[in-house]
Design a protein around this ligand. Sequence first.
Ligand code: ZN
Ligand code: ZN
Length: 406
Amino acid sequence: MSKTYDFNDSTQLSPHFNVREFRCKCGKNHETLISDELIQKLEMLYDSLNCSKIIVTSGYRCEQHDKNVGGSGTGQHTLGNAADICCYGQDGQPISSKIVCCKAQDIGFSGIANITAAYIYTHVDVRPNSKWYGDEVHGNSTVTDDFYKYFGMDGTDNKERDKMNGMKGIDVSVHNGNIDWERVKKAGIQFAILRAGYGKLASQKDKKFEDNYAGAKAAGIPVGAYWYSYATRPDEAKQEAEVCVYILKGKQFEFPIFFDQEETKTLDTGKANCSAMVRAFCEVLEKNGYWVGLYTSRSMLSTHIEDDIKKRYALWVAEWGSKLNYGGAVGIWQYSEKGGVDGVSGNVDLDEAYVDYTTKVKKAGKNGYGKTEPPPTTAPDPKPDASVSVAVSIGKDTYKGTLVKT
Ligand SMILES: [Zn+2]
Ligand SMILES: [Zn+2]
C-alpha cells in the first residue's frame, strides 16, 4: 500500500531516501504517493550493490504527467509503486543497468526494466500480483523471466561483468612493435591506452609513445596513457608524476592518465605505502589538469589499495579471464594479455571501458582539452553518457517514445 505525503513533506523514509525525491515532476505542487515496500526494496538494492548513491529520476507521477511522458496514466508510477533510478558505485560511476536488473530480480521487485541504450537507468516497481521484466530499448517482450539469462550473466556471481557491454580497447607499449592504427581502428577498437614511459627519468619515455600517439590520433582512436611505476616511496612517485607530466605536455588525451603500480618491490612496501604513492602521483597529475587513475590487478586492489582511492580516482583493473570478480564499479577492465587484434603483431592486452571518458574529459576540460566548464566534483553527471545515443532527457523526466507504459 502506498502512503500519501504533502508536496512539501520532506520525511526521511529510510537511510537513503527522502519523500522529496519521489515528487511528481509535472510542475504542480500536489501530493506524493509512495509505497513502503518500494522504499524497503530500494534500500536493499542500495546495500547489495554497495552504492555510493541512488538517484531517483522519476518516482510518483500524477495521471497527467504519466501521460505526458508516454505512459497510460494508470501505470505503476501513478500508484506510487515505481521508481526510475540510476545507481552509482563506490567510484562515483553509474553501475550498469544489467547488473542493477539482476540484483533487483534477486531482491524481488516485481517490475524491472532497463530504460536506456547506455544501460544506466533502471525502472523498478513493486506491482502486486504480477510480474513484468522488460528492456525498453529492445521492446517489451524481449525479457522473459530471467535477467541473468537475458543479459548472458552468470547468476552465481553477481559481480561478473558482461564483456559485450563495454567499449573495446587495447593498451600498448614499445613491446607491441610498430602498430598499424588504421587497421586497429577497422578491427573495431574504440580506445587505446598508451604507455608514456616508466620510472623517474625523462629518458625513460616509451620509445613508441610518440608513434603510437600520432598513429592512434590519425586513425581517430581516443587515447589515454599510463606511467609504469618503480617507486617505493611517495616522494619517488611524485618525481615519476613530474616526469610523466613533462612527457605528456602538449598532447590531448580522451581517456585518463593511469599510474601503473605492479612492481614487486613496490607492492612489497605494503598497503599504506602503496596507497600513499598512488595519492602522491595522482595529486601532481591533477594539479596539472589531468584526469587521473590507477591501474592495478583485481587482487592488489583489495590487498594494496585503501578505499578512498577507489572512490576518488579512475580505476583500470586487470583480471585475466571471463569474469571481473570485483564488486565496485571500475572504469576499465583489462581482461586479457593475449589478445589478437588486426594491426598489432603478436599478443596485445585487451580492455573494456564502462565509462564514457571522452565526453567526461572534454566536458571537464582536462587532459589538454581546455577548461570550458567547472570540473566535475564527486557528484556524477546524471545524464546518460553522450557517446551512446539515447533519445531521452532524464533530467526533466521526459522519456518521450522510449518509455514503456507500465
Ligand atoms: Zn503531477
Ligand atoms: Zn519507470
